[in-house]
Design a protein around this ligand. Structure first.
Ligand SMILES: Cc1cc2nc3c(=O)[nH]c(=O)nc-3n(C[C@H](O)[C@H](O)[C@H](O)COP(=O)(O)OP(=O)(O)OC[C@H]3O[C@@H](n4cnc5c(N)ncnc54)[C@H](O)[C@@H]3O)c2cc1C
Length: 499
């Protein structure tokens, strides 16, 4: 057994996984209680090497400005925008925290991780055009989506997204909505900067090459055991444990033995992108263009053609193409899925399999896709694309949550789930969507659940960091305008904010 010099073996908090979730929680906790000792354990040799890495996710600042899956048609023909509003205002919390951290000098210039990029929803076919028109009417009537533009005019569409419109059949009905306030976020760069900032603070230590193998309750603390890459084992005892291990969170949650985790399972969905680094094409596409999902496709597999800015360079990303792998992490083991099957979750897993036949068919179709079929999907969004400009890249791995359900036995869930022990001493984040964009909202939720006693004393600082904290941007139009103008200025997105 080895111990690291200068790392307390009895910290107040042990966080597992150096992705955006742990980084965000650690920053918030250190802001709220500077003397809290935190140890962050990561299996890899550095931060943000799984889903939070810039190339492993799409970098969309999900604010429901273009993702069609956040709205749904109601039986009476109207469009339900409630989910879109929730995601939209959750992203405002992220923008506010990032703005405060930039202003306080905790993280460097905002253009090292966030860039303004218009968000476009694009559809073709008469039925889809009719839906988008109604959706636009419902959304643009709400102050949170004020300024959303709609057009069916091919000339205007070509100005918004030339690559998408060039070479397209002029007889086909097409339509799009556009929000110029959208963003592209390099969550890998952000995670790295947050952890670099944390490392300057007393009482924070990050230890890489520490693969956590076991988490066990002992009295009012948790014993966390990690394999050390360079050899040996390390044991820590934490009062609070956060399992921010992405796809690795479910196995650790199961090890903890808490009753709240009973029945949870995971279903891995892998992903592929087509990536284009040709600067002349990247310069001609300044948008994230989201389309409609195919039948059975999981919501996060909606195809989109994205402008990306990573390490100061522009690129294009198309996809994701879904796939199936039994690994829970991109760098995981093929045994992950099998090892996660326990007596308490086999029922929910089988029930979810039975009720998601469309998804199974969709995944099989994706897995057996040829290169030409993949390219054909790109041509729907970029009719003049040339295969020589594009290369295949492996995206991050997502583990969709399977939850126990009294009626159905088990349900497959596409969102994110926070599972905490009743006393709030251990908590895990499962699932993947909307993901990194709403990390701040999720970590505030966790703080509310796990630090109830401390919260009243922490609230004034929370209000400094996140001025809308405790108020509803969705209900208060003035607050919404104020927060957006302030964060647009703070994050240098000002030129994209509509009146
Ligand atoms: C294809 C794809 C596209 C996406 N697109 C978007 C998008 O456009 N916008 C958006 O907001 N979100 C998006 N997401 C979701 C987003 O990437 C994730 O929600 C987010 O990055 C999860 O962060 P995390 O910190 O929980 O996990 P991760 O970033 O995966 O970090 C988990 C860390 O835990 C470590 N770890 C795991 N097990 C252990 C262990 N036992 N011991 C020690 N360390 C361990 C891993 O090595 C890893 O570093 C996308 C995800 C994917 C896969």
């Amino acid at each position: 057994m080895t111990t690291l010099p200068s790392i307390s073996t009895q910290p107040g908090a042990v966080l597992v996984g150096a992705g955006i979730m742990s980084a965000t929680l650690a920053v918030l906790l250190k802001e709220l209680q500077p003397d809290l000792e935190i140890v962050l354990l990561e299996g890899r040799d550095g931060p943000a090497q799984e889903s939070s890495n810039g190339w492993n996710n799409a970098g969309t600042g999900h604010a429901a400005l273009c993702e069609l899956n956040y709205t749904s048609p109601r039986p009476d023909g109207t469009v339900d925008i409630s989910r879109a509003l929730k995601v939209n205002t959750q992203f405002d919390l992220s923008r506010q925290l990032w703005t405060s951290l930039v202003r306080e000098g905790s993280i460097p210039a905002p253009d090292s991780f966030i860039h303004p990029v218009p968000h476009i929803s694009f559809v073709h076919g008469a039925d889809n055009v009719a839906f988008l028109r109604k959706r636009h009417a419902a959304m643009s009537a709400h102050h949170c989506f004020a300024g959303m533009e709609y057009t069916e005019d091919p000339v205007e569409l070509a100005a918004w997204m030339p690559l998408v419109m060039e070479g397209r059949d002029p007889g086909e009905p097409v339509a799009a909505t556009r929000m110029t306030q959208g963003t592209d976020v390099d969550y890998g760069a952000l995670t790295t900067m947050l952890i670099a900032h944390l490392q300057t603070l007393p009482g924070f230590r990050v230890a890489y090459g520490r693969e956590v193998r076991d988490v066990q309750r002992s009295g009012d603390r948790w014993t966390v055991v990690a394999d050390v890459k360079s050899g040996g084992r390390e044991t820590l005892s934490g009062k609070f444990v956060f399992l921010g291990a992405g796809g690795g969170a479910l196995p650790l949650l199961q090890k903890s033995g808490i009753s709240e985790a009973k029945g949870y399972g995971g279903f891995p969905v892998s992903g592929l992108w087509l990536r284009c680094d040709n600067p002349s094409l990247a310069e001609r596409h300044d948008a994230k263009v989201y389309g409609k999902a195919s039948v059975g496709a999981p919501p996060m597999s909606v195809p989109h053609l994205d402008s990306r800015v990573i390490d100061g360079k522009r690129a294009l990303l198309f996809g994701p193409y879904a796939g199936f792998s039994t690994k829970f992490l991109k760098n995981g083991s093929v045994a992950d899925l099998f090892l996660s099957v326990k007596s308490d979750n086999i029922g929910p897993l089988l029930a979810a399999g039975r009720d998601n036949w469309d998804l199974t068919k969709y995944l099989i179709g994706q897995v057996v896709q040829s290169e030409a079929q993949r390219f054909a999907a790109l041509l729907e969004y970029f009719p003049n694309a040339k295969s020589s400009d594009w290369e295949l890249a492996v995206a991050g791995q997502r583990v969709q949550v399977i939850m126990p359900d009294k009626k159905k036995g088990g349900v497959l869930q596409f969102g994110t789930e926070v599972v905490a022990s009743a006393d709030g001493s251990i908590v895990a984040v499962l699932g993947a969507s909307p993901g990194a964009s709403v990390a701040v909202a999720m970590m505030l939720d966790i703080i509310g659940r796990c630090f109830k006693g401390e919260l009243p004393g922490w609230t004034p600082r929370l209000k400094e960091l996140i001025p809308s904290y405790g108020r509803s941007i969705a209900d208060d139009a003035d607050l919404c305008r104020q927060v957006r103008a302030d964060t647009a200025a703070g994050l240098k997105l000002a030129d994209t904010v509509s009146a």
